[in-house]
Structures are given as C-alpha cells and as structure tokens.
Design a protein around this ligand. Sequence first.
Ligand code: ADP
Ligand code: ADP
Length: 220
Amino acid sequence: MPLARLTDISKTFPNGLEALAGFDLEVTEGELLTLIGPSGCGKSTALRLLAGLEAPTSGRLDWPGGCPQIGYVFQEPTLMPWASAAANVWLPLRLQGISRAAAGDRVANALSLVGLEGFADAKPAELSGGMKMRVSIARALVTEPRLLLMDEPFAALDEITRFRLNDELLALRARLGCTIVFITHSVFEAVYLSNRVAVISRRPGRVTAELPIHAPDGRH
Ligand code: ADP
Ligand code: ADP
C-alpha cells in the first residue's frame, strides 16, 4: 500500500501558468524517493501538493493509510534570526500549543539527532550554513513525522558540507525509519541517497521515468 498516491494531477496557477499536467506518482512507505528534473519543471509544486501547501487544479491526492504527520525542509533554512536554535526547533510544537517547558526534551532530542546538542542557545547568525540546515532539519523532525519532504535542502551549501549532510541524512533515516521525498538538481545526490529516482519532464511537469536505485531494505 503506498503512503501517498498522486493521480493525473494538474496544477495551473491563477496567472495561467501550467506547472504540472498528467502528473502520476506513488510514494512507498519507508523509501527515500528523489525527484529530479530541470529547473521550473514543477518539483517544488509537487512537493507542496504533498505537504498540503497547494491544492491541485484537477486530479487526486490519496493517502491510502491515512495522512501522516509531515515534516518539511525548505531550500533555505528559514530560521527566525532573533531566536535560538532551540526556540527555532520548538516552533512547530509551539504552533500545536505545546509550551517551551513541555517541549524541552523533544527539542533537545531533535537537536541531538542532527549533532547540535551543544548549540541549543546559539543564534542562527552564529552558526555555519551546514549547522543552520541541521537546525532546519531538527525543526522538521521535532514532530516525529512519518513523511519528511525536503526541497533541495543542501543546494546552497558547499560541496564538502553537502556530502557530509548526505551521509548524516542516510544515518538519520536508518535510525528514524521515516519516508523521505527529496528534491535535487544533482544526479550524484539522487543516486547516492535514493531508493528510487523519479525523473520529471520540462514544464508542464510529469513523471517520465522511475529508476530503482537501492532496495529500501538494502544498503540504506
Ligand atoms: P521546480 O521546483 O521544478 O524548479 P516549481 O514547482 O518551483 O519548479 O515551479 C514550476 C513552475 O511554476 C515555474 O515556472 C514557476 O515559476 C511556476 N510557479 C510556481 N509557483 C507559482 C505561483 N504561485 N504562481 C505562478 N507560477 C508559479
Ligand atoms: P560546515 O557546515 O561549515 O561544514 P559544520 O557544521 O560541519 O561546518 O561544523 C563542524 C563543527 O565545527 C561543528 O560541529 C561545530 O562544532 C563547529 N563549528 C562550525 N561553525 C561554528 C560556529 N559558527 N560556531 C561554533 N562552532 C562552530
């Protein structure tokens, strides 16, 4: 049973721009699926549809086993610059009405998952690019999502940090077992990280090929 199924989705924005047409995709529970395709082909739009941040113009989005808790990681870390790492990670729980004190252990645990246990009080400006991205990942993980959506999370980072974060992501995933849908421009990153790559055509985007890379129970 797929976790999510997008069937014959189209998305046309109010200005008439057709971002997706005839877009079909299934997300399998437990996999790390990457979406790859030229800039502007609709990858982010597809991810935002999965996140419920956009509605399709037509077509169906189904969650056969029920809609899971979802975590979202943006390309930029999008942290509140005035708030500490811990306060940034608390935000999704705060929005659920959970107090700072009640969230304490979960925030500390999320920061430790990304290797930032010593940095709870650091402000974003004091952190490197890689560390800011780790805070952003901790913020997405703090609600214990079953599905983690990541929109080119490492694209703005230098290559060494990016390689390191690729390995950290694989280790995190082995530990947490969540399903991940990950957008990248990098064929290397797609092949290195994925169980499966979905290749999307130029706009209007649709999935033109699906390439198995690693079995979900394999090396990853
Ligand atoms: P990708 O992530 O593959 O680069 P996007 O999903 O961001 O592509 O965008 C697909 C197309 O839709 C692009 O041409 C983009 O400019 C356009 N687009 C995205 N959001 C909007 C919007 N809110 N209104 C109009 N056009 C949009
Ligand atoms: P980058 O992301 O720039 O490659 P890392 O995030 O991997 O760097 O940082 C490596 C280690 O260096 C971190 O775990 C941290 O201990 C330390 N470090 C990096 N930048 C800072 C900073 N701005 N303040 C304090 N320690 C830092």
